[in-house]
Write a protein that binds this ligand. Structure first.
Ligand code: KIV
Ligand code: ZN
Length: 561
């Protein structure tokens, strides 16, 4: 047994009496703040250049994010320049607020005030670390010393902001007790209360209290308990906007944010696809789309998720995982045959019932909602069942195979996947379908034909058929009569060594390929000599010819066997 785990100190949960958050439900979008250009950017191997940051910024605006942390302008000349370009270059829409981060240190705060000159809407975000661990190993300070860092900074910020506010800037404040999750809750309340007072927070002039999960150190329910405790205890709760900033060290960032909202938070700081320090920040796309699937409008637009992803991967040089919720390449794909069948049945049900609701098993969201397509939903490999291939034929190529034909075609595809030992593409499935069933002309081929159709006094149809058929090198004439074209043709060929076939099933529909519409007919025949059944498919622009070709295809297939 490896005793390495013994070196970890278990998290001590906050005691809370009468918690209410588990009974709550998220019913509206929080205020969103993107920290992609700061927390996300600082965690990149190659931080973004000016051009990339601008493109990223505009994408965030297009998505509908109204508060965007653009950087840490006092940290470096590059960060300062980017801030200036955003302001001077007129990139910031009037309804978007830029947020700038600064440590609670005098010279950095002063530099930050220089950086924001001329901006219309600004959140000045300052922070210092408050956790027991940081106090012990980094700052070597007691809580009074840590509080003084925060309140000195708050005093300076308040004083320096007045002339800008008087001159018309919409300047607001945000304070983060960094490493909040490792801070004693009563002390977190105390320091935040002191900051609210120094910043003269009121219900009309709220200050954002951002309570970061700087390093995720506990289960999301334990975090929610801390947050509910904090919200209940903080005096002047109505003078504060409570903000979350979850990192994802335990892989629970999304759950922490969701439960934090239940526990009383109003706002979430997050990044696209969860980029950020170490395991990242919480993913804004997952959070927003999770709300969407619960019938809650997240007030963000991810209707073209591939475009957002393409920009993200290009600018950050970070890949988005294939299984990343809502955006990963494979998230609308079902490999399992039973899943494919259920998806198939679900979409059939949606079509037939005209339901207003999304009710498809294994697809928690309509891929179209994020600009994805049904086409790649099903991929066929040796694990796929009969329904999957039929689904591809319908959704990728417009062929609605009769239900009874699914197992037959499934076996054809299965043989191929077993032989190649890997997934096969929709195009290959289509090719197999054509090779196997469509317009087979060997040994029998219909060269010419004519119909004569008449109606009797009772309205019954009477059809006569004449045709020229080639069988290998022999050409012969056939004729027959019936109550419809198929019946007449079938009767015509019956005498030509084909009398042992009986007609079992027929279906047809139009398939449209661009402007070109063709009829497709599916015919099932049974060979009475041995009871074997054969499907044939006929394709023609002439709606009467398609079934005749299908019949000959079925007969020709029987000869192949
Ligand atoms: O994770 C964190 O605590 C931060 C703060 C600076 C808000 O990024
Ligand atoms: Zn962070």
């Amino acid at each position: 047994m490896n005793p390495g785990y013994k070196k970890y100190i278990p998290f001590q949960p906050q005691q809370i009496v009468g918690r209410t958050w588990p009974d709550k439900v998220i019913r509206k979008a929080p205020m969103w703040c993107s920290v992609d250009l700061r927390d996300g950017n600082q965690a990149l191997v190659d931080p973004m250049n000016l051009e990339e940051k601008l493109e990223y910024f505009h994408t965030l605006v297009d998505i509908g994010i109204k508060e965007i942390e653009i950087g840490f302008p006092s940290a470096s000349e590059t960060e300062y320049e980017i801030c200036r370009e955003l302001i001077e270059g007129g990139h910031i829409p009037d309804d978007v607020t830029i947020q700038v981060l600064v440590q609670a240190r005098e010279h950095l705060i002063k530099k930050t005030f220089e950086a924001i000159q001329g901006a219309k809407n600004v959140i000045l975000h300052f922070y210092n670390s408050t956790s027991t661990l940081q106090r012990k190993v980094v700052f070597h300070m007691d809580t009074d010393g840590i509080t003084k860092i925060a309140t000195d900074a708050a005093d300076l910020i308040y004083e320096m902001s007045q002339p800008l506010i008087d001159a018309g800037m919409n300047l607001r404040f945000e304070y983060s007790p960094e490493s909040f999750m490792g801070t004693e809750m009563d002390y977190a309340v105390e320091i935040c209360q002191a900051v609210l007072e120094r910043l003269h927070a009121t219900p009309d002039n709220k200050v954002i209290l951002n309570l970061p999960t700087t390093v995720e150190n506990c289960m999301p329910n334990q975090f929610a308990d801390m947050l509910e405790y904090f919200c209940k205890k903080i005096p002047g709760r109505d003078s504060a906007i409570i903000s979350l900033h979850p990192h994802n060290d335990r892989g629970c960032g999304v759950a922490t944010a969701e439960m934090g909202l239940l526990a009383g938070a109003d706002r979430v700081e997050a990044t696209l696809f969860g980029n950020g320090e170490r395991t990242g920040n919480v993913d804004i796309v997952t959070l927003a789309m999770n709300m969407w699937t619960q019938g809650v409008d997240p007030e963000l637009d991810f209707s073209n998720i591939n475009k957002v992803r393409e920009m993200y991967e290009r600018c950050t040089k970070m890949p988005v995982g294939d299984r990343q919720p809502y955006v990963g390449k494979l998230v609308f794909t079902a490999f399992s045959g039973s899943h494919q069948d259920a998806i198939n049945k679900g979409s059939q049900y949606m079509k037939e019932s005209g339901s207003d609701f999304w009710e498809i098993p294994y697809l928690p969201i309509d891929p179209a909602d994020v600009g994805r397509e049904y086409e790649p939903v099903i991929r066929i490999n040796s694990q796929s069942g009969k329904g999957g291939s039929a689904y591809i034929m319908e959704h990728s190529f417009g062929y609605d195979l009769p239900k009874a034909m699914h197992p037959d075609f499934g076996a054809v595809v299965q043989k191929e996947t077993d032989a190649v030992g890997k997934e096969i593409s929709p195009d290959r499935i289509f090719e197999l379908f054509q090779q196997e069933y469509v317009n087979a002309t060997q040994p029998y081929q219909l060269l010419r034909h004519a119909f004569n159709e008449s109606l009797d006094a009772q309205g019954h149809s009477h059809v006569e058929f004449w045709g020229t058929i080639q069988h290998t090198d022999t050409i012969f004439q056939v004729s027959g009569q019936g109550n419809g074209p198929i019946d007449a043709f079938f009767n015509a060929i019956k005498d030509e060594k084909m009398s042992h076939f009986t007609f079992l099933d027929y279906a047809s529909h139009a398939v449209t390929d661009g402007s070109d519409s063709q009829g497709v007919a599916y015919i099932l025949l049974e060979d009475q000599r041995d009871g074997r059944r054969y499907w044939g498919v006929g394709l023609s622009h002439n709606i009467n010819l398609a079934p005749l070709r299908a019949i000959l295809s079925a007969i020709n297939r029987s000869k192949r066997k």
